[in-house]
Design a binder for this molecule. Sequence first.
Ligand code: BTN
Length: 280
Amino acid sequence: MKLLALPDQPLDIAAVAAALGELACRFDLDIVAECDSTNARLLERAELGAPSGSVLVALRQTAGRGRRGRSWISMPGDSLTFSLLWRFPPEMALDGLSLAVGVAVAQALEGLGIPGVALKWPNDVLLGVERRKLAGVLLELVPGPRPVAVVIGIGVNLRLPSGMPAELQRTAAALVESGLSLLSTSVLLARMLGALSATLARFSDAGFAGLRGEWLIRHAYQGRAVRLLSDFADPLDGRCLGVDTDGALLLETAAGTQRIISGEVSLRAASTEKEGEGAP
Ligand code: BTN
Protein backbone atom coordinates (compact mmCIF):
# COMPACT_ATOMS: atom_id res chain seq x y z
CA MET A 1 0.00 0.00 0.00
CA LYS A 2 1.32 3.47 -0.87
CA LEU A 3 0.82 5.96 1.88
CA LEU A 4 0.86 9.72 1.83
CA ALA A 5 3.91 11.65 3.01
CA LEU A 6 3.07 13.84 5.94
CA PRO A 7 6.38 14.69 7.57
CA ASP A 8 4.91 17.87 9.04
CA GLN A 9 2.25 16.06 10.95
CA PRO A 10 3.25 16.47 14.58
CA LEU A 11 3.98 13.52 16.76
CA ASP A 12 1.16 12.72 19.07
CA ILE A 13 1.30 10.39 22.09
CA ALA A 14 -2.28 9.18 21.63
CA ALA A 15 -1.61 8.37 17.96
CA VAL A 16 1.58 6.48 18.82
CA ALA A 17 -0.28 4.52 21.52
CA ALA A 18 -3.14 3.74 19.13
CA ALA A 19 -0.69 2.50 16.49
CA LEU A 20 1.13 0.39 19.08
CA GLY A 21 -2.11 -1.27 20.18
CA GLU A 22 -1.54 -3.87 22.87
CA LEU A 23 2.21 -3.16 22.82
CA ALA A 24 1.59 0.33 24.19
CA CYS A 25 1.83 -0.91 27.79
CA ARG A 26 5.50 -1.84 27.21
CA PHE A 27 6.50 1.79 26.70
CA ASP A 28 6.50 4.97 28.72
CA LEU A 29 6.51 7.71 26.10
CA ASP A 30 7.50 11.35 26.49
CA ILE A 31 7.63 13.85 23.64
CA VAL A 32 9.41 17.19 24.15
CA ALA A 33 9.56 20.13 21.77
CA GLU A 34 13.30 20.53 22.24
CA CYS A 35 16.27 19.16 24.13
CA ASP A 36 20.03 18.97 23.66
CA SER A 37 20.19 15.22 23.13
CA THR A 38 17.50 12.62 23.80
CA ASN A 39 20.28 10.15 24.66
CA ALA A 40 21.76 12.52 27.25
CA ARG A 41 18.39 13.27 28.85
CA LEU A 42 17.28 9.63 28.90
CA LEU A 43 20.61 8.54 30.41
CA GLU A 44 19.91 11.01 33.20
CA ARG A 45 16.41 9.61 33.70
CA ALA A 46 17.78 6.06 33.63
CA GLU A 47 20.16 6.85 36.48
CA LEU A 48 17.18 8.16 38.46
CA GLY A 49 15.42 4.80 37.94
CA ALA A 50 13.31 5.29 34.82
CA PRO A 51 11.76 1.95 33.79
CA SER A 52 12.76 -0.20 30.86
CA GLY A 53 10.71 0.89 27.85
CA SER A 54 11.01 4.62 28.63
CA VAL A 55 11.07 6.57 25.39
CA LEU A 56 12.06 10.18 24.88
CA VAL A 57 11.29 11.88 21.57
CA ALA A 58 12.43 15.40 20.69
CA LEU A 59 11.02 17.44 17.82
CA ARG A 60 14.20 19.51 17.85
CA GLN A 61 17.57 18.33 19.12
CA THR A 62 20.21 21.01 19.59
CA ALA A 63 23.25 18.92 20.59
CA GLY A 64 22.36 15.46 19.33
CA ARG A 65 25.17 12.96 19.58
CA GLY A 66 26.37 10.77 16.75
CA ARG A 67 28.95 8.01 16.52
CA ARG A 68 32.64 8.83 16.60
CA GLY A 69 32.04 12.17 18.31
CA ARG A 70 29.92 13.54 15.49
CA SER A 71 26.80 15.59 16.08
CA TRP A 72 23.26 14.86 14.96
CA ILE A 73 21.13 17.98 14.86
CA SER A 74 17.40 17.55 14.26
CA MET A 75 14.91 20.19 13.22
CA PRO A 76 11.12 19.78 13.57
CA GLY A 77 9.70 17.82 10.67
CA ASP A 78 13.11 16.88 9.32
CA SER A 79 13.77 13.82 11.38
CA LEU A 80 12.37 11.35 13.84
CA THR A 81 14.68 11.61 16.80
CA PHE A 82 14.20 9.40 19.83
CA SER A 83 15.86 7.30 22.50
CA LEU A 84 14.65 4.12 24.16
CA LEU A 85 15.84 2.83 27.54
CA TRP A 86 16.12 -0.94 27.74
CA ARG A 87 17.13 -2.90 30.83
CA PHE A 88 18.60 -6.37 30.27
CA PRO A 89 18.98 -9.35 32.63
CA PRO A 90 21.95 -8.90 34.99
CA GLU A 91 24.50 -11.23 33.39
CA MET A 92 23.54 -10.54 29.82
CA ALA A 93 26.39 -9.94 27.34
CA LEU A 94 25.58 -7.14 24.94
CA ASP A 95 27.90 -8.07 22.05
CA GLY A 96 26.22 -7.26 18.75
CA LEU A 97 23.40 -5.29 20.35
CA SER A 98 23.90 -2.27 18.11
CA LEU A 99 23.69 -4.51 15.02
CA ALA A 100 20.49 -6.05 16.38
CA VAL A 101 19.03 -2.55 16.68
CA GLY A 102 19.92 -1.92 13.03
CA VAL A 103 17.94 -5.04 12.10
CA ALA A 104 14.91 -3.77 14.03
CA VAL A 105 15.02 -0.36 12.33
CA ALA A 106 15.33 -1.97 8.90
CA GLN A 107 12.44 -4.33 9.61
CA ALA A 108 10.22 -1.47 10.75
CA LEU A 109 10.93 0.47 7.55
CA GLU A 110 10.39 -2.58 5.36
CA GLY A 111 7.14 -3.29 7.18
CA LEU A 112 5.94 0.14 6.06
CA GLY A 113 6.67 -0.78 2.44
CA ILE A 114 9.94 1.10 2.05
CA PRO A 115 12.12 -0.74 -0.48
CA GLY A 116 15.89 -0.88 -0.71
CA VAL A 117 16.79 -0.73 2.98
CA ALA A 118 20.29 -2.02 3.74
CA LEU A 119 22.68 -2.14 6.69
CA LYS A 120 26.26 -1.00 7.00
CA TRP A 121 28.45 -2.20 9.85
CA PRO A 122 27.99 -1.58 12.62
CA ASN A 123 24.53 -0.11 12.49
CA ASP A 124 23.94 2.51 9.79
CA VAL A 125 20.68 2.13 7.91
CA LEU A 126 21.04 2.89 4.20
CA LEU A 127 18.52 3.45 1.45
CA GLY A 128 18.41 2.75 -2.26
CA VAL A 129 20.95 1.68 -4.82
CA GLU A 130 23.18 4.62 -3.92
CA ARG A 131 23.32 3.34 -0.35
CA ARG A 132 22.85 6.74 1.21
CA LYS A 133 22.38 6.96 4.96
CA LEU A 134 18.79 7.12 6.12
CA ALA A 135 19.14 6.47 9.84
CA GLY A 136 21.79 6.33 12.51
CA VAL A 137 21.92 4.47 15.80
CA LEU A 138 23.91 5.38 18.90
CA LEU A 139 23.92 3.09 21.92
CA GLU A 140 25.07 4.41 25.28
CA LEU A 141 25.47 2.26 28.38
CA VAL A 142 23.82 3.56 31.53
CA PRO A 143 26.59 3.84 34.14
CA GLY A 144 26.21 1.92 37.37
CA PRO A 145 25.97 -1.59 38.74
CA ARG A 146 24.17 -4.39 37.00
CA PRO A 147 21.46 -5.00 35.81
CA VAL A 148 22.67 -3.70 32.50
CA ALA A 149 20.77 -0.83 30.98
CA VAL A 150 21.28 0.78 27.60
CA VAL A 151 19.97 3.93 25.98
CA ILE A 152 19.29 3.26 22.32
CA GLY A 153 19.26 6.49 20.31
CA ILE A 154 17.86 6.53 16.80
CA GLY A 155 17.64 9.31 14.24
CA VAL A 156 15.75 8.80 10.99
CA ASN A 157 15.86 11.44 8.24
CA LEU A 158 12.31 12.30 7.17
CA ARG A 159 13.47 14.98 4.73
CA LEU A 160 16.81 16.64 4.23
CA PRO A 161 17.07 20.19 5.57
CA SER A 162 17.24 22.80 2.79
CA GLY A 163 20.50 24.29 4.03
CA MET A 164 22.28 20.97 4.20
CA PRO A 165 25.85 21.04 2.84
CA ALA A 166 26.09 19.52 -0.65
CA GLU A 167 28.56 16.89 0.52
CA LEU A 168 26.07 15.59 3.08
CA GLN A 169 23.17 15.78 0.63
CA ARG A 170 25.14 13.43 -1.61
CA THR A 171 25.50 10.82 1.08
CA ALA A 172 22.30 11.21 3.11
CA ALA A 173 18.84 9.89 2.29
CA ALA A 174 15.41 10.84 3.58
CA LEU A 175 12.11 9.00 3.68
CA VAL A 176 10.22 11.59 1.62
CA GLU A 177 12.33 10.71 -1.43
CA SER A 178 11.94 6.99 -1.02
CA GLY A 179 9.04 6.76 -3.45
CA LEU A 180 6.77 5.51 -0.74
CA SER A 181 6.40 7.18 2.57
CA LEU A 182 4.51 7.27 5.74
CA LEU A 183 1.08 7.76 7.07
CA SER A 184 2.48 9.81 9.92
CA THR A 185 5.55 10.17 12.05
CA SER A 186 3.54 8.74 14.96
CA VAL A 187 2.98 5.53 13.02
CA LEU A 188 6.66 5.40 12.06
CA LEU A 189 7.63 5.72 15.72
CA ALA A 190 5.12 3.06 16.76
CA ARG A 191 6.45 0.65 14.14
CA MET A 192 10.02 1.33 15.27
CA LEU A 193 9.13 0.67 18.89
CA GLY A 194 7.21 -2.49 18.02
CA ALA A 195 10.14 -3.84 16.00
CA LEU A 196 12.63 -2.88 18.72
CA SER A 197 10.59 -4.57 21.41
CA ALA A 198 10.39 -7.83 19.42
CA THR A 199 14.06 -7.73 18.42
CA LEU A 200 15.33 -6.90 21.89
CA ALA A 201 13.31 -9.79 23.32
CA ARG A 202 14.94 -12.12 20.78
CA PHE A 203 18.34 -10.63 21.60
CA SER A 204 17.75 -11.36 25.30
CA ASP A 205 16.94 -14.98 24.45
CA ALA A 206 19.70 -15.81 21.98
CA GLY A 207 22.01 -12.81 21.68
CA PHE A 208 23.08 -11.46 18.30
CA ALA A 209 23.73 -15.00 17.04
CA GLY A 210 19.96 -15.43 16.67
CA LEU A 211 19.67 -12.28 14.55
CA ARG A 212 22.87 -12.56 12.53
CA GLY A 213 21.16 -14.07 9.47
CA GLU A 214 18.72 -11.16 9.36
CA TRP A 215 21.58 -8.69 9.52
CA LEU A 216 23.53 -10.46 6.78
CA ILE A 217 20.68 -10.55 4.25
CA ARG A 218 20.55 -6.74 4.47
CA HIS A 219 24.33 -6.22 4.48
CA ALA A 220 25.17 -3.53 1.93
CA TYR A 221 28.80 -4.63 1.49
CA GLN A 222 28.61 -8.43 1.68
CA GLY A 223 31.46 -9.89 -0.41
CA ARG A 224 32.51 -6.42 -1.53
CA ALA A 225 35.94 -4.84 -1.54
CA VAL A 226 36.01 -2.30 1.26
CA ARG A 227 38.37 0.04 3.00
CA LEU A 228 38.20 0.26 6.76
CA LEU A 229 39.12 3.65 8.14
CA SER A 230 40.17 4.16 11.71
CA ASP A 231 41.02 7.23 13.75
CA PHE A 232 44.01 5.43 15.22
CA ALA A 233 45.44 3.16 12.53
CA ASP A 234 46.17 3.05 8.83
CA PRO A 235 43.29 2.23 6.49
CA LEU A 236 42.76 -1.47 6.01
CA ASP A 237 41.69 -2.87 2.65
CA GLY A 238 39.96 -6.18 2.27
CA ARG A 239 36.88 -8.08 1.23
CA CYS A 240 33.94 -7.96 3.55
CA LEU A 241 32.96 -11.45 4.69
CA GLY A 242 30.08 -10.29 6.86
CA VAL A 243 29.82 -10.36 10.63
CA ASP A 244 30.53 -12.93 13.31
CA THR A 245 28.02 -14.21 15.88
CA ASP A 246 29.16 -11.49 18.29
CA GLY A 247 28.76 -8.70 15.73
CA ALA A 248 32.46 -8.38 14.85
CA LEU A 249 33.11 -7.42 11.23
CA LEU A 250 34.95 -10.12 9.27
CA LEU A 251 37.43 -8.75 6.79
CA GLU A 252 39.51 -10.89 4.44
CA THR A 253 42.83 -9.07 4.09
CA ALA A 254 46.28 -9.81 2.68
CA ALA A 255 47.24 -10.88 6.20
CA GLY A 256 44.30 -13.26 6.60
CA THR A 257 40.79 -12.86 7.98
CA GLN A 258 40.58 -10.17 10.60
CA ARG A 259 37.86 -9.64 13.19
CA ILE A 260 37.11 -5.95 13.64
CA ILE A 261 35.41 -5.09 16.89
CA SER A 262 36.21 -1.43 17.38
CA GLY A 263 33.41 1.01 16.73
CA GLU A 264 35.95 3.67 15.76
CA VAL A 265 36.05 2.74 12.13
CA SER A 266 34.35 3.73 8.93
CA LEU A 267 33.55 1.36 6.15
CA ARG A 268 33.73 2.51 2.56
CA ALA A 269 33.21 0.71 -0.70
CA ALA A 270 36.81 0.56 -1.92
CA SER A 271 35.82 1.37 -5.50
CA THR A 272 34.12 4.70 -4.73
CA GLU A 273 35.66 5.73 -1.39
CA LYS A 274 32.25 7.12 -0.51
CA GLU A 275 30.77 6.89 2.92
CA GLY A 276 27.07 7.49 3.60
CA GLU A 277 26.36 9.88 6.42
CA GLY A 278 23.17 11.08 8.04
CA ALA A 279 21.90 14.50 8.86
CA PRO A 280 24.53 16.79 10.35
C1 BTN B 1 25.28 8.07 13.99
O1 BTN B 1 26.27 8.79 14.11
O2 BTN B 1 25.05 7.48 12.95
C2 BTN B 1 24.34 7.90 15.15
C3 BTN B 1 23.35 9.02 15.22
C4 BTN B 1 22.37 8.83 16.34
C5 BTN B 1 21.48 10.03 16.50
C6 BTN B 1 20.39 9.78 17.50
S1 BTN B 1 19.14 11.02 17.37
C7 BTN B 1 18.42 10.44 18.85
C8 BTN B 1 19.54 10.06 19.80
N1 BTN B 1 19.96 11.18 20.59
C9 BTN B 1 21.21 11.56 20.32
O3 BTN B 1 21.82 12.50 20.87
N2 BTN B 1 21.71 10.76 19.36
C10 BTN B 1 20.79 9.73 18.95
